[in-house]
Design a protein around this ligand. Structure first.
Ligand code: PLP
Length: 432
């Protein structure tokens, strides 16, 4: 409090003309942040995760509709106000003379952004391509890998449709063999999962495709163990990290894969339409770009960024999302979002007729959880939650998974999750 007061007093003395609007906002933000940090109980992550006073600061940093409870952050997440403002600043600049400001000014900041992303990802800047989303990242790898007719790829029925379709298209076009194994989630045993991948592999298996966090129910797969097993048998590993980057505290190379794609508009809260592709340095040369340039066989990761005209403003505002993320801290954010998931899910599990489709144990889930009520189809539960309680989640009917997916984010309030639990109680009791 005192920091903010001192800062405001200083402002009164100096007069605001000494500051640009942007400096003002950032200094105010920093002063608030300092206040927020004083609320933390150093060295006690569990109490920090449930420290509502601290998290209120980050809740207020978003501009979400206070009357609609958005629990579909797994689909796409909002950006905090500082990120929206950064985007607005870049847009204002670009619109003064788009070809000049976009290509001669704003684009020049891609390398510093690559550095920030690489720092967060724990890898070299030479392994990071900046693009629009996970679909683009992984389609680049799926269609860019030199594979021969008869080569096998192992995935799962629970992978993301865009990737399944990409592999099926390669199967149709090039005669590769795409095999999908299937899991009954939740599973709380790494070996069962690794074993199932291992059993599907043959000497012809060239690629294992792993979804780090399964979008339908939030199951976290033991990526490193699967990757080590796959490598020991000579296959390469592609990781779909759509939901893991900016949510779990890890470094991309530590996952043990060869290729990793993610969307920055999910848990990192970057503007919508930002993605990242990581490729192990020695593998870059052999991947053909999806959108081509003059050096398709180069080992420069930038060969994947010839995407044509697009908004560099959206891309640049990602730098502000990284600052916001780092102000929270990766581990603190993961702990908080897992706490929020368990906050509602543990209560929901006690309600008669309510079933959870996701583990409550830390290694197997974070943020995303599936829930169903006996006798109700997912789309019926989804509609009741929205129509009667203004809770926006998403009904899932995919292969063997039938539930409503609920995904809080750092801005989610526990009061909103209390309302979700109340809504589930009412619906399960036939009162809503
Ligand atoms: C596991 C998974 N992979 C890939 C994607 C695709 O992400 P995007 O639409 O940002 O490309 C999603 C989207 O939700 C996803 O859940």
């Amino acid at each position: 409090m005192s920091t903010r007061r001192t800062f405001m007093q200083k402002l009164a003395v100096l007069g605001t003309s000494a500051f640009t609007a942007n400096t003002l906002l950032q200094e105010l933000h920093a002063a608030h942040l300092e206040d927020a940090y004083k609320l933390l109980d150093a060295g006690n992550p569990e109490s920090d995760a449930r420290n509502e006073a601290f998290w209120t600061f980050f809740q207020q940093a978003y501009t979400v509709n206070p009357n609609l409870i958005n629990l579909n952050n797994g689909g796409v997440s909002p950006a905090p106000k500082v990120v929206q403002e950064a985007l607005q600043r870049y847009n204002d600049l670009a619109n003064q003379a788009p070809s000049y400001y976009m290509w001669r000014v704003i684009e020049m900041n891609r390398e510093p952004l690559r550095y920030k992303l690489a720092q967060l990802a724990g890898c070299s800047t030479e392994e990071i391509a900046i693009n629009r989303n996970t679909t683009e990242s992984l389609n680049t790898v799926i269609f860019g890998l030199p594979l021969q007719k008869g080569d096998e790829v192992i995935g799962t029925l629970q992978d993301y449709p865009n990737m399944i379709q990409a592999w099926r298209q390669r199967q149709m076009r090039d005669g590769i063999v795409y095999k999908q194994i299937s899991f009954d989630f939740p599973i709380e045993d790494d070996e069962t999962i690794v074993q199932q991948f291992a059993e599907a592999m043959t000497p012809k298996t060239k690629v294992v495709h792993i979804t780090h966090i399964v979008n339908w129910v939030g199951q976290i797969l033991p990526v490193k163990k699967i990757a080590d097993m796959a490598h020991s048998r000579g296959a390469e590993v592609i990781i779909d990290g759509a939901h893991s980057f900016g949510l779990l505290n890890f470094k991309i190379p530590d996952l043990g894969g060869d290729y990793y794609g993610t969307s920055l508009h999910k848990f990192l809260s970057a503007p919508i339409g930002n993605g990242l592709l990581w490729i192990k340095k020695e593998k870059i040369g052999k991947i053909w770009p999806l959108l081509c340039n003059d050096k398709p066989q180069s080992d420069d990761i930038r060969k994947f960024e010839t995407l044509g005209t697009r908004s560099f403003c959206i891309e640049q505002a990602t730098g502000e999302a990284i600052n916001f993320h780092e102000a929270i801290g990766s581990q603190r954010k993961e702990d908080r979002i897992r706490y929020l998931k368990n906050y509602w899910a543990e209560k929901a599990a006690q309600i008669p007729k309510v079933k959870l489709h996701t583990s409550l144990k830390a290694p197997y889930s974070c943020a995303i959880a599936g829930v169903s009520i006996d006798g109700l189809k997912p789309e019926e539960l989804d509609s009741k939650l929205f129509n009667k309680f203004k809770i926006h989640a998403v009904g899932i009917n995919w292969e063997n998974i039938h539930c409503v997916r609920v995904t809080p984010h750092v801005y989610t309030r526990t009061q909103d999750l209390d309302k979700l639990v109340y809504a589930l109680e009412q619906i399960a009791a036939g009162k809503a």
